[in-house]
Write a protein that binds this ligand. Structure first.
Ligand code: FAD
Length: 547
């Protein structure tokens, strides 16, 4: 068979994974990779850490150089070539470079153009300098140049998603006075509010000013004006309010698009047009849990999709199986990670929530640090629907395990069965992930009945008795308003003082001590539930203004 010409639009995560895998599988076909930017195969995910100075060498961002890609993989890499038109019927594209248009015919076209940062149109923007988005190397070059030239003292990051938070941390580390402005009710919108409260708290602990439920309405010079008129210093502005798929060319060519303008593809990543395939941030995937259309702009799916497409085009058995959305971010000393769905995405499902307080390794071994884990599972099927966690260490491991469990179709109870490496410096004999399985079983079998943080206030108002069962508390240790104290270790002797006819909620700082109190009291005939989330969570939510 004659050699084919494969043209790839976009030479970074999806596009370059495709091109290099394709070459490994096929030494004959011609592969042309076009990118409108000056670099291919650069580390988008590393960009914020170059701004902070943590990645010192700009060259480190260039993961694979053009020369290597040409020599090793025989890829015809053409940077600074923007594809401006696509003719799907006659099978050619037009690429613009140095002011000239070039027609390039293809046998197979692969689109991996990624997504554009969404740009807000804010009054006063055009009358000032120093407003940036972060998507590629020219963007970070622009930011670092601006910092060197103007020596800004303050920065505002608009948007508190993953990239916004990374930029806030990076600019703070560079010595700027940083504010973060988020239109949603809390930072880290993919998380649920009670988990995100800890992210907000960590930002503030490191001196970042956090404004939520608001936006910048206008700029007056280097001041940003919030909805309530508050003026914040904004010498440098980073706009990080989400992305939109870069699909204008595809749209003009008549390729079928779906939600938010993403490209619709089938299980072979084929678009509605013959011989045109697409991968990466620009495509719509089936969400692994909802089985519905979703847009998941993450590096790992983009890389996987590129590789799978190369397999498919070379007759290997890969398929587009959709994505789950597993993500992680560092916020100063804490790591936040999540997989699957959050509660807001589960409006139509009947689910249970578990909050667990574990440690990255055995509590008795030095330097153990807390891990807070939230697991959401379906009440009937016990399918794991999502998980969120934060802590100083070991958060990635726990969320990765749960993400793997979801992909493998394990139920929440199956988490008990997972066997992890264990020695005291590394883990716990009952890891917090195993604990999620144990607690889920207790919940399913009715050995525990829980109350969630958002129910607490209504229950208090309804006159439910809250009992603080923490042992060894100092006399004036803060507790839930209106609660009484009865330490677990005294409960067998003192429970006669509790009312038999009243609803009782027991609580502690982990949910474990109170679980022990719950089973003792239930056996003794009390109507008792356990506050799943603990006094610590409650106080954090009060501190952060959530409750
Ligand atoms: P990209 O990697 O963006 O590549 C698309 C390329 O196509 C671009 O170089 C673009 O110039 C080119 N292009 C677009 N249109 C045209 C055209 N018409 N002609 C020619 N070329 C064109 N994901 C994570 O999972 N973890 C992270 O920590 C993480 N951090 C990130 C940090 C930042 C600052 C950014 C911007 C993204 C981050 N991501 C992260 C997301 C991740 O980088 C993307 O999901 C991934 O790169 C998408 O791959 P892609 O191939 O679809 O698009």
């Amino acid at each position: 068979m004659d050699a084919k010409r494969i043209v790839v639009v976009g030479g970074v995560a999806g596009g370059m994974s495709f091109a290099t895998r394709y070459r490994r599988l096929n030494q004959k076909d011609e592969i042309i990779v076009l990118d409108k930017g000056p670099y291919v195969s650069f580390a988008n995910c590393g960009l914020p850490y170059y701004i902070s100075g943590e990645i010192e060498d700009r060259n480190a961002l260039l993961v694979a150089k053009k020369e290597m890609l040409q020599a090793r993989f025989q890829l015809d890499v053409r940077e600074n070539h923007e594809v401006i038109a696509l003719n799907a019927k006659e099978k050619y594209i037009i690429a613009k470079s140095m002011g000239e248009d070039h027609r390039i015919d293809y046998d197979t076209l692969v689109l991996s153009p990624g997504a554009h940062p969404f740009l807000l149109n804010i009054e006063g923007m055009d009358q000032r300098k120093g407003i940036f988005t972060v998507r590629n190397i020219p963007d970070v070059d622009g930011i670092t140049q601006y910092i060197e030239d103007t020596n800004p003292k303050s920065a505002v990051v608009i948007g508190a998603g993953f990239i916004g938070l990374e930029m806030a941390e990076s600019l703070k580390q560079r010595g700027l006075d940083v504010s973060i402005v988020e239109k949603a009710p809390h930072v880290l919108p993919p998380f649920d509010v009670e988990m995100a409260a800890y992210a907000s708290s960590e930002l503030k602990r490191h001196g970042v000013h956090v404004y939520t439920n608001t936006s910048i309405t206008k700029f007056e010079g280097h001041q940003g004006i919030l909805e309530d008129g508050t003026s914040i210093d904004a010498d440098l502005v980073i706009m990080s309010v989400g992305v939109i798929p870069a699909t204008d060319i595809a749209k003009e060519a008549g390729i079928e698009l779906g939600m938010r303008g993403g490209i619709l593809v089938d299980e072979n990543y084929q678009t509605s047009e013959e011989d045109i395939y697409a991968v990466g941030d620009a495509i719509i995937v089936k969400h692994n849990i909802t089985k519905e259309d979703a847009m998941i702009a993450l590096a790992s799916p983009a890389n996987r999709q590129g590789r799978q497409l190369a397999d498919i085009l070379n007759g290997l058995g890969s398929k587009n199986k959709g994505s789950l959305g597993t993500a992680i971010v560092r916020i100063f000393d804490l790591t936040f990670a999540s997989t699957g769905l959050n509660e807001r995405q589960l409006e139509n499902r009947d689910y249970h929530v578990l909050h667990l307080n574990g440690r990255d390794h055995a509590g008795y071994f030095p330097n153990a640090t807390p891990i807070r884990l939230k697991v959401i599972f379906d009440k009937k099927t016990h399918e794991i629907l999502g998980a969120q966690a934060f802590g100083e260490k070991g958060v990635d491991k726990r969320i990765d395990i749960i993400a793997t469990a979801i992909k493998a179709g394990l139920s929440v109870v199956d988490l008990q069965e997972l066997e992890f490496t264990y020695a005291p410096p590394y883990g716990s004999a009952k890891d917090v992930v195993n604990m999620a399985g144990y607690v889920a079983q207790n919940l399913i079998e009715g050995q525990t009945q829980t109350v969630q943080w958002h129910e607490v206030k209504d229950l208090m108002d309804a006159g439910v008795l809250f009992v603080d069962v923490r042992n060894n508390l100092s006399e004036n240790a803060p507790s839930l308003p209106g609660s009484i104290r009865m330490p677990l270790d005294s409960i067998r002797c003192n429970m006669y003082k509790l009312p038999q006819d009243k609803d009782i909620v027991v609580f502690c700082d982990s949910g474990q001590t109170s679980y022990n109190a719950e089973v003792i009291l239930r056996e003794a005939g009390f109507k008792v539930r356990n506050f799943n989330g603990s006094h610590m969570l409650y106080s954090k939510l009060v501190e952060e203004g959530v409750l």
